[in-house]
Design a protein around this ligand. Sequence first.
Ligand SMILES: [Zn+2]
Length: 155
Amino acid sequence: MMNRATIQNDDGTEEDVLYFRDNHGYLTDKETALKYIEKLRRFYEYQDVEKWIEDSNREQKLENFPIDFNDIYLNKQFKEKVYYYKPFRANLKRDWSFKCDWCGTKVSSKTDKGYFLINSHTRIDHELDGYRACSENCVKLLWKEKFNEYMKNKF
Ligand SMILES: [Zn+2]
């Protein structure tokens, strides 16, 4: 584990530095620390290191991704679907309507009981927030398209 410290140079200027601390909280002795530094240097000077870092971080990003890749409608973080059904309130003062973001069908509180929304905390980015659909099928297709678009741009 790396920690930060500030040291004072001979000319009085201050400098931010790093030191090692082991898993039990003990500071690493000088000899061991210099060996680590040499090994770090060897790693970061390795010819393929940039590709290695890039590949590894891409894999990690997928692993940390909140969506279950076996079921793209499932958010593994919250263990729930990426969309949900929202009934219109019964006591609406005014009728309210919108067009389905997938098929364009008009959904109205006058004629419909409710609609489907992409779950706001399952959004994978702000660009996927706030979409509404007329049916479960439409919300799934909408999500799938946005999800694929997102994956193409981000990975
Ligand atoms: Zn629709």
